[in-house]
Design a protein around this ligand. Structure first.
Ligand code: HEM
Length: 392
């Protein structure tokens, strides 16, 4: 169990340099504590109730925990993505808008619909492979593959690259920005050269042939954007899919309803993201002095938006710890808010829906393996690392 900060050494008052406001500092490095990574929810509760803005001594970041404050901070133009990084998440202003428009158009509407059949096919191949055995680990054999395959398909990379990309993403490619990854670049570079010479209709071709301010995108920019997409597909969506399946297997009554009424899947997915998002912390840095949760912070301050806490805020969600596929408005805070809100949300939803349909079709009687309990881990990114199941 995580130790709530209330039981930690007393928080010492600390005056912000830019204001007269007294701001408490937590004397425990909460965001790096293994106890918090195991179960952050007791901490979140205390923060929301008593310390809506607090400085984490371990990292120096200001933690924001209430739903309203998290959404406001994510959308503030003065709060930008902290370095290092050169993916979309690290761009701002007109450059960000122009690059984002390219990516977004390839991840919605007709372009997205064109990916559906491939995602579904991959989901069935994976599910049938699992069906050949009585017991399986859904994380290793399903969740880590399907979203990567979907992102690989969106970019128009060959399916055979999915295994290599999946391996690279597992090796720690940071989803939200840290796209600097030499091995991934080595994997992408030959495709870039080919797309520049012979463009197709895929997202990589769109990026390779696009011009912004009359100039083509450099290889570095294309790889930065592609890296964010593959990282998002490979890491965040895999963790979110794992948490989704864990929530359903933990609630067999609700899973049975979904078997009968698959139209309930989108609501069940949104509810899982609210309750157990894949990224619990989204970082920002103050480009100029800024007021967060009513408190002025100086330029350079790092703000940790606790998305995981926002989704459990009782001021916004009734009975927030409960998983309820019929919740009327589970919100979308798991995908961020404002100008950087996730453009991959629809692709992630499509992947989850086709993934679940394939599993339910291929694995009747899907349930936990005897004695198994899921144990989600992590704070920056969070999800179960194993899901042992049986079927039949
Ligand atoms: C359930 C799965 C996913 C979750 C929970 C998730 C979460 C997030 C969050 C919280 C942000 C906002 C970060 C910020 O405000 O700085 C974000 C941004 C982003 N996500 Fe995702 N994401 C998911 C899936 C995907 C997928 C499948 C893709 C694409 C294949 C993707 C691509 C991106 C990109 C490109 C950005 C940066 C957008 C920008 O800065 O304008 N994500 N994601």
């Amino acid at each position: 169990m995580a130790r709530p900060p209330a039981e930690a050494p007393a928080p010492g008052p600390h005056a912000a340099s830019s204001a007269d406001v007294e701001i408490p500092t937590l004397t425990v490095p909460v965001t790096t504590s293994p106890d918090v990574a195991r179960d952050p929810y007791p901490l979140y509760r205390v923060l929301r109730e008593r310390r809506p803005l607090v400085r984490d001594e371990g990292t120096g970041a200001w933690l924001v925990s209430r739903y309203r404050d998290v959404c406001a901070a994510l959308a503030r133009p003065r709060l930008v993505a902290p370095p290092p990084g050169r993916g979309l998440a690290h761009m701002e202003g007109p450059t960000h808008l122009a690059h984002r428009a390219l990516v977004s158009s390839a991840l919605r509407g007709r372009a997205l619909a064109a990916l559906a059949a491939g995602v579904s096919r991959t989901a069935y191949v994976l599910a049938r492979r699992i069906a050949a055995r009585q017991e399986a680990d859904l994380v290793a054999e399903f969740c880590q593959w399907l979203p990567t395959a979907a992102a690989v398909a969106a970019l128009g990379l060959p399916y055979e690259d999915a295994a290599r990309v999946q391996e690279l993403c597992r090796g720690g490619l940071a989803h939200l920005g840290g796209a600097h990854h030499r091995d991934l670049e080595a994997c992408l570079r030959p495709h870039l050269a080919r797309r520049r010479a012979h463009p197709g209709h895929d997202l990589l071709s769109v990026l390779c042939t696009a011009e912004i301010d009359g100039r083509p995108l450099s290889d570095e920019t294309v790889m930065g954007v592609a890296g964010t997409l593959l990282g998002g597909g490979g890491e965040a969506a895999a963790l979110a899919l794992g948490s989704f399946l864990a929530n359903l297997l933990d609630h067999p009554g609700q899973l049975a309803l979904i078997r009968e009424r698959p139209e309930l899947i989108p609501g069940a997915w949104a509810e899982s993201l609210r309750r157990d998002p894949a990224a619990h912390v989204v970082l920002r840095r103050a480009a100029r002095p800024v007021t967060v949760a009513g408190v002025p912070l100086p330029a350079g301050a790092v703000v940790a938006c606790l998305v995981g806490s926002a989704g459990r805020d009782p001021a916004r969600f009734a009975d927030p710890d409960r998983y309820d596929i019929f919740r009327a408005d589970p919100g979308r805070v798991a995908f961020g808010a404002g100008r950087h809100a996730c453009p991959g949300a629809e692709l992630a939803a499509l992947t989850a829906e086709h993934g679940l349909r394939a599993l339910l079709d291929a694995l009747p009687g899907l349930r936990w393996a005897p004695g198994f309990r899921p144990a989600p881990e992590g704070l920056l990114t969070r999800g179960p690392r194993t899901l042992l199941v049986r079927h039949g």
